[in-house]
Design a protein around this ligand. Structure first.
Ligand code: ADP
Ligand code: MG
Length: 293
């Protein structure tokens, strides 16, 4: 392709809300056959809300919200923000945790009102020898079967409740997946969230391939593995934890609504945070290069 044609391509991209780092990016875009999509914030809005509060028998709902909310208030995670907001609305001002640790891809733990509190995946609570009783386990399974994310809460050595947060699929995601498929691309949903939630979202948007329960640091390995299998991989993400995977992918696309770290690691920014632009970008590069060769 001539430099002029490539520049015309990148210019056309800008009009479509696709910011391309350099003309050479178009060349790698053309060969892509697999598109890995981060779930939260990419396929879904990432704007979670607290949908349900389930205290264990004998546990006070207000206390559950106060302790979990206080801890999550110190975290930036979309799940944490939803819990902190919902808790504040119901119980008012939350105390500052005396201690706080974020465990990437698992949850948070710390000290609130002198109590050791854990909020996150069941496996994080298990690290603290806290286990969901059958009622809580059932509540969690029911929420997950509906595609919602259930987070466990424990303190003083026991699991004390489950908080359900719900994210919604972006209105444009289903159409975006349809367009990617019509370009002959295979979409893959990649997430740290659990298998049931991931599959529910995948079905909703028309994705057949799901890779779930992947820790943030392991997302990059998923990309490498697909490349080892001979796939030419595009990755679309938004979060800090997506950045290494975006860099590893043959083509990295960041949501313009996402974090700066993701945008810096990517080759292309989808300015409007609209997943349909990912398909537009691939179609554009094929057309730009195809017309010249
Ligand atoms: P994704 O890959 O979908 O962007 P993450 O890797 O950030 O998700 O998180 C994976 C899972 O870890 C979440 O679905 C949740 O169960 C748990 N988790 C992570 N951070 C938190 C938190 N601050 N509070 C509660 N749960 C959390
Ligand atoms: Mg994300």
């Amino acid at each position: 392709a001539t430099p002029t044609a490539l520049l015309v391509g990148t210019g056309r991209g800008a009009q479509l809300g696709i910011l391309i780092k350099g003309p050479e990016v178009l060349e790698s875009t053309r060969k892509v056959d697999t598109v890995v999509l981060d779930k939260t914030g990419t396929v879904t809005t990432g704007k979670m809300t607290l949908a349900e509060v389930i205290p264990a028998a004998g546990v006070d709902r207000t206390e559950l919200l106060r302790l979990a909310g206080a801890l999550e208030n110190a975290s930036e995670h979309p799940i944490a923000q939803a819990i902190a907001k919902g808790a504040t609305q119901e119980v008012g001002d939350l105390p500052d945790p005396e201690d706080f640790t974020n465990v990437e891809g698992k949850g948070v733990h710390g000290i609130v009102d002198g109590r050791g509190v854990v909020v996150g995946r069941e496996s994080l609570l298990a690290d603290w020898s806290q286990h969901l009783n059958p009622d809580l386990a059932e509540a969690k399974a029911r929420a997950e079967a509906q595609g919602k994310t259930a987070v466990a809460v424990g303190w003083d050595g026991h699991a004390r409740g489950v908080l359900v947060v719900a994210d919604t699929v972006k209105p444009t995601s289903t159409e975006a997946i349809r367009r990617l498929k019509s370009l002959g691309l295979t979409p893959v949903l990649l997430t740290g969230d659990n298998q049931t939630v991931a599959e529910q979202i995948a079905v909703e948007v028309g994705i057949e391939n799901v890779i779930a329960e992947v820790l943030p640091k392991d997302k990059v390995d998923v990309i490498s593995q697909l490349q080892t299998e001979g796939k030419v991989v595009a990755m679309v993400g938004d979060g800090v934890n997506d950045a290494p995977a975006l860099a590893q992918a043959d083509l990295g696309l960041a949501m313009g609504t996402g974090t700066d770290v993701a945008i810096e690691a990517a080759d292309i920014t989808l300015v409007r945070g609209d997943l349909r632009s990912a398909a537009d970008a691939i179609r554009l590069s094929r057309r730009t290069l195809g017309t010249i060769k």
